[in-house]
Structure formats: C-alpha cells, structure tokens
Write a protein that binds this ligand. Structure first.
Ligand SMILES: Nc1nc2c(ncn2[C@@H]2O[C@H](COP(=O)(O)OP(=O)(O)OP(=O)(O)O)[C@@H](O)[C@H]2O)c(=O)[nH]1
Ligand SMILES: [Mg+2]
Length: 232
C-alpha cells in the first residue's frame, strides 16, 4: 500500500493532531496537509507533526487567495509527483473518520474513484439539523438531475482515487472551488469513463472548530452543474 491522504486545512488546530495520528495508524499511508495560512496556527502545528514523522507527513503552506478546491488540487498534484498509488481527499474536522480508509482502498481494487458516501443506505449523518439534511439531499438530487451523474453522494469530500485516474483529470482546467469543486472533478471523472464506486460511511458533524461554508460556495454549487452541462 502506497497511499497519500491530502487534508486541506483552514483553522483546524483543534482537530489536526488527532486526525493525523489516526491516519498514520494505518500502515502505508502518508499525509499531505495543505494549509491556507490559517490564522489559528494550524500551519505551525502541521510543521511540528511533519518534524515528528518526516517520512510520512509533509506540509504545503499556501499564500494568496484561499480556497478548498485550489488547496486540494495543489495537494493532489504533490501526491502524484511523489508517486502515490492511491490519493485520498479528506476533511480535517473528523467528519470523515480515518477508520474507513481500508474500505475505500479495498474498493479501489476495482474502481477508479471511490466515494465515502453518506447516502447509500438512507442517510448516515450524525448531528446535522434536519434543514441541513434536507438541503444536502436536495442539492444531490439537483446535481444528479442537471449533470446526469448517478452517484448518490456527489458532494462528499471523502474520496479515494487510483493514481492513473487522477492523473487523467485536467486539474488545472477545473473552474470551481467549494462543494462545486467536488462535483466538477466527479463529472470530469465520469466523462473520462472512470469507474465510480461508493462505499458507506457515517458522517459526523464537526465537534471542534467552525465551518467555512460561505454563501459564495453555495451559490457556486447551484451554478456549476449547469456550466458543466452546457459546456461545449
Ligand atoms: N486549505 C483550505 N482548507 C479549507 C478552506 N476552507 C475549508 N477548508 C477545509 O476544508 C474542509 C471542509 O471544510 P468545512 O468548513 O468543514 O466544510 P464542511 O465540512 O462542508 O462544513 P461543516 O459541516 O460546517 O463542517 C476542512 O478540512 C476545512 O479546514 C480553505 O479556504 N483552504
Ligand atoms: Mg466539515
């Protein structure tokens, strides 16, 4: 196993150490933290973690405009350049539990992209208010209808790519940055005839730190499915 987990962070100081420890508990996994110059010192904490496990943890410190999509792109490119066979994307806030890493990797034996899915067996989300569940369910239905994707959870940020499939995605041409980044990369994967599989995860709402979801991110996710569909 030669897998790299890319974790984008913005103000995740309270979550990062335990998360990285849990990932490193799985043998064969490395971590790239992509920090957007977090004011709370997450970047320095990441450096400390990297100094403690220099073979397995590295850090990208971004400057300039921040964004989840652009951070993930930078981390994924680095993981490809470093020779990872599997590249995993995961949130830093413990919503995506590292305990599912082996299941994602196993499913990648016969899939090109594996999604850690909240919506395979009903709804497996813990601690979300009803309005958030309804919004997410509606968003996924909307995305499927507009883009023609058949994935149950198109906005899950917990994903495992086989190296060859990720290398085919034109990451520099990706236009969106928030949830829409996840939809766009999945759409590109489908267009490139990647085999997309979902495995069930239980998603737990963050307990520590605060959400970075903004109105812009939500507006982008309404528009991008149409841009993808109408793109020549
Ligand atoms: N590098 C970087 N990471 C970000 C940025 N915005 C969010 N993130 C990270 O992306 C992941 C998901 O962000 P969250 O704020 O948890 O968004 P969410 O999971 O959709 O929303 P919540 O349910 O409120 O947690 C976390 O690891 C964040 O730290 C950003 O601008 N730059
Ligand atoms: Mg979150």
């Amino acid at each position: 196993m030669n897998a790299t987990v890319v974790v984008a962070t913005y103000n995740e100081r309270d979550n990062l150490r335990s998360l990285v420890d849990a990932i490193l508990g799985h043998s064969g996994y490395r971590v790239i933290v992509v920090d957007d110059n977090s004011p709370d010192g997450t970047g320095q904490l990441a450096d400390t973690l990297a100094a403690g496990s220099p073979e397995r943890v590295s850090v990208i410190h971004r400057v300039g405009p921040r964004g989840l999509g652009r951070s993930l792109i930078e981390g994924m490119k680095r993981a490809l350049a470093d020779g990872a066979d599997l590249i995993v994307e995961m949130d830093a806030d413990w919503s995506h539990d590292p305990q599912y890493l082996p299941a994602l990797a196993a499913a990648a034996d016969d899939a090109d992209v594996v999604i850690g899915s909240r919506y395979l067996n009903g709804v497996s989300v813990v601690n979300w208010p009803l309005r958030r569940i309804i919004l997410s369910a509606f968003a996924n239905r909307y995305i499927r209808r507009v883009t023609g994707l058949s994935t149950h959870d198109c906005t899950s940020g917990y994903r495992c790519w086989r190296r060859e499939s990720l290398a085919k995605i034109p990451l520099d041409a990706v236009i969106s940055d928030g949830y829409a980044f996840l939809v766009e990369t999945l759409y590109l994967a489908k267009q490139l005839e990647c085999r997309i599989r979902e495995v069930p995860i239980i998603f737990v709402e963050r307990k520590l730190g605060s959400s970075k979801v903004s109105a812009n991110v939500l507006i982008e996710s309404v528009i991008v499915p149409w841009r993808l569909r109408l793109k020549p």
